[in-house]
Design a protein around this ligand. Structure first.
Ligand code: HSE
Length: 308
């Protein structure tokens, strides 16, 4: 069995407009790399972090916390060392903490001969994610582990549903270089919702699930609306309304806040539309004086994977 692996831990889009805290999708072209290695010394050690300034103490690092949650269940006389090469900026809204939390447990599991399934790994990774967002949610972790679109049916007991990915879907992401902390973005949300809003939201989420199963792009367009969370969080994102309007007029099926923001995602049918949406959004943001990154990605149906 191998003693070391290098892996790709993908970025993800949580909520996907109508599925707050339950729906997520996995991206292909953006992600972190990590090396996980077996070492003779017992325990979990983070020996390298590059890209962003994050703590190396395992108890203070999301990759370390999820690794410790898994390590505590093992009866082994060796330990694990983790190197983290981060590309996903913390606080970007595309699942930076989930990628780290998933990478460590996926890597350890692979080195152990895969004793745990993806749902069990999700449970360990949730512990790491909770360090960053101050609450347990799996809508970034599940797509990072399973790939494609996932629905978190319940946390207790943990139940993840894998949904089909229509062939021709692409995601265009704009990431304005401002930081939005998930905990603060959650703090903006009301504790109660109106019944009429709830009815609209669950009708949309059910329709989105049906649209994924039937590759019905028209229904997907009708379903990608968020009447509960977006109205509160959109004020955190400069020009959100303009970006959304521009993306939809350029042909996006739906545009919304990625996770807790500030990234904004647009789901598009076909690479040509995704590219047109990117160019149109770029134009809206160009003169604002805020730096931004943009990505186009196909939906990644594999999730986290070994690359070496
Ligand atoms: N569902 C979570 C939220 C995702 O929107 O707060 C955080 O990335």
């Amino acid at each position: 069995m191998r003693d070391e692996i290098k892996l790709f831990a993908p970025a993800t889009v949580a909520n996907v407009s109508c599925g707050f805290d339950v729906m997520g999708l996995c991206l292909d072209t953006v992600g972190d790399e990590m090396v996980v290695r077996k070492i003779p010394k017992k325990g979990i050690y983070i020996s390298h972090i590059s890209g962003f300034d994050l703590p190396t103490e395992p108890e203070l690092n999301v990759a370390g916390v999820s690794a410790l949650a898994m390590y505590d269940t093992l009866d082994v006389d060796f330990g694990f060392e983790i190197e983290i090469y981060k590309n996903i900026k913390p606080g970007s809204g595309i699942g930076s903490s989930a990628a780290s939390a998933v990478g460590s447990v996926f890597g350890m599991n692979a080195l152990l001969g895969n004793p745990y399934n993806a749902t069990q790994l999700t449970a360990f990774a949730i512990k790491g994610e909770a360090l960053a967002s101050k609450t347990e949610h799996a809508d970034n972790i599940a797509p990072a582990l399973f790939g494609g679109f996932t629905l978190v049916k319940s946390l207790k007991p943990l139940q993840i549903l894998e949904l089909p990915t229509p062939e021709d879907l692409y995601v265009t992401i704009i990431h304005p270089q401002i930081e939005v902390k998930t905990s603060e973005s959650r703090g903006l949300l009301p504790k109660e919702v109106k019944l009429n809003d709830a009815i609209a939201q669950w009708a949309n989420l059910g329709s989105l699930v049906h649209a994924l199963h039937t590759s019905d792009y028209g229904l997907m367009k009708d379903a990608l609306h968020d009447v509960i969370v977006e109205p509160h969080r959109s004020k955190l994102i400069p020009l959100f309304g303009d970006v959304k309007k521009a993306a939809l007029s350029a042909g996006a099926l739906g545009t919304g806040i990625s996770g807790s923001g500030p990234s904004v995602f647009s789901i598009c049918k076909g690479i040509d539309t995704a590219t047109k949406v990117k160019n149109t959004i770029e134009h809206v943001y160009m003169d604002l004086g805020i730096d931004f990154d943009m990505h186009i990605s196909k939906i990644n149906t594999t999730g986290v994977k070994i690359i070496e």
